[in-house]
Each structure stands twice: as C-alpha cells, then as structure tokens.
Write a protein that binds this ligand. Structure first.
Ligand code: SF4
Length: 413
C-alpha cells in the first residue's frame, strides 16, 4: 500500500462509504433528450458491449475488495445503472447481484441500488429485488403532462403510464414489507412548478423519498442558460413551499433534507461534517473501463479516457491517476469565490458537476449558487418560524467543517 493510499486512509470515517456505479447496460428503451449518458457528447457507449458480462463482474468484485482494503472503509454502495438496467435478462442480473452479495456481504456492508425508468418492472423483477435486497429508484419528471414531454420512447411516445404501472407494483411490494420503499428521481424542469410536481409525487403517487436533480450544466454554458437557472430557482422555491406546508410524515426530500437534517438531527449533523472528505468513487463501464464520475466524464476526455480498467489496476493506481486527484482535490476544498459565504459549510460550493469550467476546472461556485442561496434562505425562514434560533443555526453550520468525529455537544434547535 503506497503513501498515497495511506494518506487517504486517514479521513476514513465510520459514515464513509465506497461508491461504485456499474453501467450494467449501455442501452435504453427510452430516449430522454436531457440524458447526459446518451446525449451529453460522450459517445463511447457505442463501442462498449450493451450488457456487462460475468467476467467483468468478477473483476469488479476483486477491484472493490481492493478498494475496501486500501481505504479501510467497509461500507460499499453499488449503483446498478444504465441506460436501462432492466434491459438485462433477469437471470443475468440475478447472477450478477448474487455474486456481489456472496462476495461483498449483505446490508449494511453492501447496499445495492438499481435506477430504472420503471417501464419494464413486473412481478418477476419484484421477486428478484426482494430476493437480493435491491433498493429501487424510479425516474419520473412529474404528472403525465410533464413527464411525457421529456421521458419519451425513441418514437416520441410518452412513458408515464408504463412507468406508473411499474411504480405501483414497487409500492405494493414495499407496503407488503417485501422490498424497501422505492424512491423517485426527478430532473428539475426550469419551466415547471416545483410545488405542483412535489404534490403529484407525494399526494398522488404516495412517494416517500424524492431526489431532485438540477440539470447538468457547466459554467461554460452559463450565458446561454441564465433563464434556466432562474427557472430552477423558481422550481426549488415552489418545491420548498409545498414541502413546508405538507402534512405528510416520514418524507425524505434530498435537497431539502440535506440542509434541514443536519440542523435538526445530531446524527445527520455528524454525517454532514464529512462534506469536505474525499470520496472513494468509481464508475465502471460495461467493458470494465474506469472513470471517476458518470456525469463529469461527459465534460472532458481527461475524465472519460483514463486508460484504467477493473481488470488491470488496483485502487492505488486509481488514486494516483490525475482524474481522481483532480476530483478529490476539488472535493476537499471550497471554490475561492465561496470563501466568506455564510452557507459554505453546508453547501460546499455545490455539486462538483455544477462547479466545472474549462478555464478554472472546479474552482467555481455552483452555477446554481443563486438558486441554492434562495433555497437556504427560504428554509432558514421556515425553521426560524418553527422556533429555531437563526444564530444557533448559523453557529451549527459554521462548526460543521471542523467537527468530524467530535461528539455533538448541542442538540439541534
Ligand atoms: S455555491 Fe454559492 S451558496 Fe454554495 S457555498 Fe458557494 S457561494 Fe455559498
């Protein structure tokens, strides 16, 4: 184990996990125009096998074991991604997940999460999710009049009805205690009403866990996309208003809970203190090639064409590679323009994919900085109106970056 790995062992934390995205299928039954994978400019998928084979899966297992040993981190989260993972034959996905479970353990050591458009979900797939304890996220953009504009087949047909049928099967299985509650992944549409979309998911579809993804834009596109950013701000504020007035219990809304959670909950506060720790993440193409991030690979060949594979390398080689070094340096530092921002210790400058420009790399605040500030201000007002002290909240946020493993002395407001 080289010095580089030893250096990365130090920040290993009991909440840290290894993150592996497996591109188990590099084809899709839909053709959503905003899809970064097929329409983001990186067309390497055309030269990759449509499905990840059993030999590659064995190599992935060996590689993940090496990551665990090199980092000292025991928790592994594997995302089964596509394209559409359910284009894989059921027996092949069953063999893949059985091998991963046998080699890497059950929860919490290994979490398996499959991201699908829901169209192909049926009773047989539910049996498999139950048998191998696979969590499922389904991509929806909103009610049919919204969803069917963007989540379309290659012939231009909307997919809401088929996705909803799959969603309902998943929910029934969750209600019966067979699988974990499915979650919804929604790409923020700047011309839509975030409150209306939240209510559709929560009140009509009975979703309990929601993730809203801001569109994948970089600073190189900002002048073109000012209206998009302003639209995203409106969407987030509508979403937050609907969340604040919702009477549903047990909801998890990622963008909101990532802000509110650490302020109200000590356990989440301790996890958030890892904000500036380097992540140990890889994305594996169906042919076994490695890159550091599934979205950022589309920004520049330096993040896509690493020359590394799960077959040829150990995790030492990965950590020494310029692409990972660049991303880990960005993860562990605040963009210069964010210094002095009152939200910096909870925001961290935003997601890496929103910090990028060709000229400055990741040394930019999120292109959604104004949207995030508006969201944080709004949520702060909600918490203050609920009895939290603004000074206590800000003090707690300020101390986040330095707390790490320290015991939390003070309860959330
Ligand atoms: S991206 Fe904006 S809100 Fe976030 S830390 Fe930087 S300046 Fe603050």
């Amino acid at each position: 184990m080289g010095n580089l790995v030893a250096q990365h062992k130090k920040p290993a934390h009991r909440y840290a996990h290894i993150s592996v995205i497996l591109k188990v299928t590099e084809r899709c039954n839909l053709a959503c125009p905003y899809c970064y994978f097929f329409f983001g400019g990186d067309e390497s998928y055309k030269t990759h096998p449509p499905l990840m084979g059993a030999v590659t899966v064995e190599q992935v297992i060996r590689f993940v074991k090496d990551m665990k040993q090199a980092t000292g981190i025991n928790l592994v989260r594997i995302g089964l991604h596509g394209g559409e993972p359910l284009l894989m034959k059921r027996a092949a996905l069953q063999a893949m997940c059985s091998a991963l479970r046998a080699a890497l353990g059950d929860e919490p050591e290994l979490t398996l999460v499959l991201q699908t458009n829901g169209v192909l979900v049926d009773a047989g797939w539910i049996d498999l999710f139950e048998e191998l304890r696979i969590r499922v996220g389904v991509s929806f953009d909103g009610p049919p009049e919204v969803h069917d504009k963007t989540r379309i087949t290659k012939g231009g047909e909307g997919s809401y009805a088929e996705s909803l049928r799959g969603w309902n099967l998943l929910r029934e299985a969750a209600l019966a205690g067979r699988i974990e509650e499915p979650s919804i992944l929604c790409v923020v549409a700047p011309n839509q009403d975030g409150g209306m979309i939240f209510r559709h998911f929560v009140e009509t579809m009975k979703a309990k866990a929601l993730s809203f993804l801001l569109p994948d834009l970089t600073h190189d596109a900002v002048p073109l996309n000012r209206a998009v950013i302003e639209g995203c701000t409106r969407f987030l504020l509508g979403l937050a208003e609907a969340w604040a007035s919702s009477t549903e219990r047990g909801l998890y809304v990622r963008l909101i809970d990532e802000f509110v959670g650490p302020i109200l909950n000590d356990e989440l506060y301790k996890r958030k203190a890892m904000l500036f720790s380097p992540s140990h993440q890889v994305c594996v193409s169906s042919n076994g090639e490695l890159c550091p991030d599934d979205v950022i690979r589309t920004y520049s060949p330096e993040f896509a064409e690493t020359g590394l594979t799960v077959d040829g390398q150990g995790y030492d080689d990965v950590l020494a590679h310029p692409a990972w070094r660049t991303l880990q340096a960005a993860q562990t530092s605040l963009p210069a323009a964010c210094r002095g921002c009152e939200w910096s210790d909870i925001c961290g400058g935003g997601l890496l994919q929103h910090r990028y420009s060709r000229r400055r790399g990741f040394d930019n605040p999120s292109i959604y900085c104004s949207s995030l500030k508006a969201l944080y201000e709004y949520l702060t007002r909600v918490l203050v109106n609920s009895g939290c002290s603004r000074d206590d909240m800000q003090d707690r946020i300020r101390r986040l970056a330095t707390r790490h493993e320290e015991p939390v002395a003070q309860q959330g407001c």
